[in-house]
Design a protein around this ligand. Structure first.
Ligand SMILES: [Zn+2]
Length: 213
């Protein structure tokens, strides 16, 4: 069964599955009290998964940690390392298949137990929260729109203008434009640019724009 020729043709998945199955067998052998595969339940699988956490390499922040929810924390913290949810999920899948390939009955497959499914879901959700990852939404996001260019510097004269047009002194600016809904007025110099401000009477808001000399 484990001849060199077969070994060479094993896919990565198959050899990983074989390694996992051997690891699990080793775990059962070292279990105190000793545990036979036939008596293995979902609870024992959970025990095995928790045991594997000590070899994990994924930092999972506790809710009290400053970096809780950060996908890429900027510094170290004392939070524990765990097995990543994705690794556990794939491992359980391989062991579930291996159990049946090694003569186990699907109905009694401990790796398919409801408790194991619930545990994996819990690990997924808590790691998603702790690390700021939402596993459900793995679809690609469209690139974010370019940020709008920063508004030109507005001189103090402009910001002093009162948005209430009825009481506004427009100086020598032609008031005709008012009937089109906008009043354009020179609002001061900013370097080489003449900064203009459009006052929208509907919203009382300033829309600064710059005009080159
Ligand atoms: Zn932390």
């Amino acid at each position: 069964m484990s001849s060199g020729a077969t070994e060479g043709r094993l896919s990565r998945y198959e050899s990983q599955k074989r390694r996992d199955w051997n690891t699990f067998g080793q775990y059962l052998k070292n279990h105190r009290p000793p545990l036979a595969l036939s008596r293995c339940s979902g609870a024992h699988v959970l025990e095995f998964l928790r045991y594997l956490d000590q070899f994990g390499k994924t930092k999972v922040h506790t809710p009290g940690c400053l970096f809780f929810g950060h996908p890429c924390p900027p510094g170290p913290c004392p939070c524990p390392l765990r097995q990543a949810w994705g690794s556990l999920d794939a491992l359980v899948g391989r062991l579930r298949a291996a159990f049946e390939e090694n003569g186990g009955h699907p109905a009694t497959n401990p790796f398919g137990a409801r408790a194991v499914r619930l545990y994996l879901r819990e690990v997924r959700d808590s790691q998603a929260k702790a690390r700021g990852i939402t596993y459900e939404k793995k679809k690609r996001k469209p690139p974010p729109p370019l940020p709008p260019p920063p508004p030109p510097a507005v001189s103090p004269a402009t910001s002093m203008l009162h948005p209430d047009l009825n009481s506004m002194s427009l100086g020598n600016v032609d008031c005709q434009s008012y009937q089109y809904g906008h009043v354009i007025m020179p609002a001061g110099q900013a370097g080489e640019e003449v900064v203009m401000a459009i006052v929208d009477p509907c919203h009382g808001a300033f829309l600064p724009l710059s005009v080159f000399n």
